[in-house]
Every structure is written in C-alpha cells, then in structure tokens.
Design a protein around this ligand. Sequence first.
Ligand SMILES: *[C@@H]1O[C@H](CO)[C@@H](O)[C@H](O)[C@H]1NC(C)=O
Length: 309
Amino acid sequence: MAPPLPLVFLLMIHVCVSGVSSADWGVSYSPSHICALKDSSVIMRCTYTYPTGYKIKKVFWTKTLVKHNGEHPDLSEDPEYSQRLQYLGDKQKNCTIRLSHVTLKDSHKYYFKFNTDKDKWIGYPGVTLTVTDLQVESPERVTEGDSVRLTCKSSCTLTDRATFIWYRNSQPLTERRDRNNELLLQSVRREDAGRYSCAVHGHNHISPAVQLNVMFHHGAGRNVIVIAAAYGGLFFVIVVIIIIIIIMIIQRKMKSRRSALHKYENDDPSADTYTALELRSRSSDLYDTLTTIHPRPADHQSSSSEYEN
Ligand SMILES: *[C@@H]1O[C@H](CO)[C@@H](O)[C@H](O)[C@H]1NC(C)=O
C-alpha cells in the first residue's frame, strides 16, 4: 500500500522548500521555562540560525517587545541587569547568557535579538524565568505523638536534582525525608519543637524560620497543673478566712475576759496577775476557752445586747 508516486514527489518538494525558508531564521531556548531559586545564577541556553551570506552586526537580549527609539532595549544597558548579565554565546550560533543573583523581580520573559547587515530577528516567544523563594509550610500546633509533615514550598517546581536541607533552630537535621521537599517527623516529641527552616543544597537562600509548637498528649499533664493551681488558690483563700475568723474570735474572747478580770479584781486583788496568766495559757485551746466563757451569764447578756444594737 505505497502512496501514489506524485504525492511522494510533492511531499519531498514541500520538505525541501520549508526547510530552506523557516529553518534559516530562528532562535531556540532550552529549556524554554526556567524555575530558579532566589540569589542563584541562571543560565539561559539559546541557539540561533540565519541564512548563509548574512553578516551578524549585533547580538543582545531584551525583556520587552516594545521598541524604544526604534530598537528593543538592550538588557546589558539596563542598570538593574548590567552588573549581573554575562553573554556566554558567540556571533555565529550560540546566544547563551548567565544572569546571577536573581531576585523575585527578575521573573519575566526574555528574548534574544540579532541584527544582521540586511535583516533583524527577535526570538519570539522567548524564555520564561520564574524566580522563587522558599517557605516552610507546617501545622502551627501539634500534639505529642502526632505524625507531622513539613513542606519546603516554592512557587515553581525546581529541578529534580534539587536536594533540600532542613534546619531546626539553625542546626541541620538528618531526619527522614518523605518526598524530596518534605520532612516527616514521626511520633513527634516535645524536643521536636523549635524554629524550622529549609534550603536547597548548593544554594545560599534559606527560607524564613517557622515555629512548631508541640503540646502534651490529650492535654493531660497540663490539666493536672491547672487543677493543682486552682486548688492551691482555693486553699489559700480558705486559710486566710480561717485566720480572720480566729482573730475575730480571740478579740471577742479577750474583750469578754477583760470584763471577767474586773470581777476577779473586785473579789481578790492579789489573785489578779496569776489568773490572767492562767487564762492566757488555757486560751491556746480555742474551743475549751469558748466553753469556759459562754456559760457565764454576764457575758451572755452583754453579747446579746450588742447584737440588738
Ligand atoms: C553555548 O555556549 C554555552 C556556554 O559557553 C555552552 O555551555 C553550550 O554548550 C553552547 N551550546 C552550543 C549548542 O554550542
């Protein structure tokens, strides 16, 4: 079932004609999308072709398709780039550049342009650069015994060769990695609490640190402390109330005794000092003293009249 001869002939002509017309002018970027880590150096690989017989006059990169004074702005003349941009290519076919110390602001499309003695060519659609920083994603609070997964997040996918490094309180960790950018803490302990940050091996950029708090298991240990503190406070209040009551009772008793001593003084002046001392020693037993005092009819009357007032 071979195709008819005229069709083969037509196909051959088409291949030859298109080969001449479109393969002669072109720029290709490899890769066409780049994800780069903040502060790193990026190499944008690029090759270009043009028909034989043309002479290259100027090669440069630009980040805008809008012309300024009849030409695309040359990136190497942009003060934001001039110090960081290095043309690694040549004036024949290689248009590779290196951009160092990339910032988030460098996220852009970049185009290579070359001018010959006759024609100009801009390599549309360009190479897309995305610059990312790193962020640790973690649960803010975990409970002792939980399995915790921390993720080192980037806004674009870094190459498969990127090896992530983890830090706790600025110390590198050797814990098991689940996936490349994840840190798995199995059965988390209180010692696992701390400030976590991540980085990519061979790069300077380190993520901001994120605090991981580890709580006691179903809050039991904590509750004991809370309950103990509550009971402690209650106990203190009860003790203070008891002391106040004792002081009041003693004061009242002293008052009653003073009136009682007056009686003794009237009966027998010489017994005064001895009786006072004996009563003071007895007063150490409060209840005993109270029973001693209450039966006196004189006291009953004076105290009841006090209440009436
Ligand atoms: C272009 O130049 C770069 C840097 O010198 C080099 O790494 C790359 O291999 C070259 N590409 C080609 C296709 O020659």
